[in-house]
Design a protein around this ligand. Structure first.
Ligand SMILES: [Zn+2]
Length: 352
């Protein structure tokens, strides 16, 4: 029954986008301060009707199922929107930190005046298969008209309550676990939240996953040569990860989950109902994100950095996120007074 309610609420979400001239849509968008973008901003208010409450509850499940049909590419965020068939948002494949100046670009900004893809300068930011997919995808042109929204789960892109019901039924077995609620509510960059979601689903493209999918022959860890590089190994068990975690007093127990599973581990460190405060969950999420990016730089760019350098990088990123100066890790690590390790840090544009 609950799944059916969510499916009907998703229909209302669809109407918000595709039936902007309907009276109830106009009224509700004005009342709750939605913008006039194709994809409206949907946020909870302190006082709201049952309808808006339902839309807000369904929106988090609805939004990731939107995909785009590329027209002129002027409405589509190159990195954040789901416009490349079969791959989802490109940002989820990024190998390194994407500079904000690139992040804010639309798809049409990567097309030259001659009407050809102009993406040579980003070829090191994404894996070669993604780069190839972009090169071989349809190039946006002004004559193609505006970009339009499609319903991802349906092959023809047309929304139906039945397909929404199928989506919400899957949610009930997967994403209604507590960890997914915690991830949705996690405060921080959208890209990192998407990364946490992939970790919880154990869908990172580790060497172990590559072997399972038949696209690699060896599952060894590129950092320590352990024979099975899976998600657990990269983020926790690898010698390199252990060295990084050993820098954080507050996460000594991050290393004590060998008999547990990844979702339990994430839940313990991201939820705010035990000793965890917001900063702690920020540091935890940033650390695993940095561990994964460090691994990708090692594999795809042959760039190795030390665990100390990675801690400096984590410090810089947490500092940017929390908007403070000085060390963001104060109180979390034992060696703050060591100036060689924690001097002024500048966030590099080519690492994250
Ligand atoms: Zn390893």
């Amino acid at each position: 029954m609950r799944d059916m309610n969510i499916a009907f609420m998703m229909k209302n979400c669809w109407s918000l986008i595709n039936e902007p001239n309907k009276l109830w849509v106009r009224v509700i968008k004005a009342k709750y301060g939605c913008t006039n973008e194709i994809i409206p901003v949907v946020t909870k208010k302190s006082s709201m009707s049952n309808l808006w409450q339902g839309i807000c509850a369904a929106w988090d499940w609805f939004r990731p199922n939107i995909r785009w049909k590329v027209g002129n590419g002027r409405k589509l965020g190159f990195w954040i929107d789901n416009w490349l068939p079969g791959l989802g948002a490109i940002i989820n494949h990024a190998l390194v930190f994407i500079p904000p100046i690139e992040m804010s670009k639309c798809v049409h900004e990567y097309v030259s005046d001659q009407g050809e893809w102009e993406i040579d300068h980003i070829c090191e930011l994404v894996p070669s298969n993604v780069w190839q997919s972009i090169i071989s995808s349809i190039i946006p042109t002004d004559s193609a008209g505006a970009d339009s929204v499609l319903w991802g789960p349906a092959a023809d892109g047309v929304f139906s309550v039945l397909s929404a019901f199928e989506v919400s039924s899957q949610i009930s077995t997967l994403d209604r676990k507590p960890i997914f609620k915690v991830i949705w509510r996690w405060k921080g960059p959208e890209r990192t939240r998407a990364f946490l979601w992939r970790v919880a689903h154990e869908s990172l493209m580790t060497n172990s996953t590559r072997v399972h999918r038949g696209i690699a022959l060896e599952a060894n860890c590129p950092a320590c040569n352990h024979d099975n590089e899976d998600t657990w190994h990269v983020l926790l068990h690898c010698n390199f990860a252990q060295q990084v975690w050993s820098n954080f007093l507050a996460f000594v127990r991050a290393r004590d989950f060998s008999n547990s599973d990844i979702q339990t581990w994430l839940l313990h460190h991201l939820s705010r109902n035990h000793s965890t405060n917001e900063k702690r969950s920020t540091i935890f999420a940033t650390t695993i994100d940095c561990l994964w990016h460090r691994r990708n730089r090692l594999v795809f760019q042959n760039t190795a950095i030390s665990s100390e350098q990675l801690v400096v990088e984590i410090n810089a990123r947490v500092r940017v996120m929390s908007g403070n100066c000085g060390s963001a890790l104060e109180g979390f690590i034992p060696t703050m007074s060591n100036p060689s390790c924690f001097g002024p840090v500048h966030l590099s544009t080519t690492s994250s």
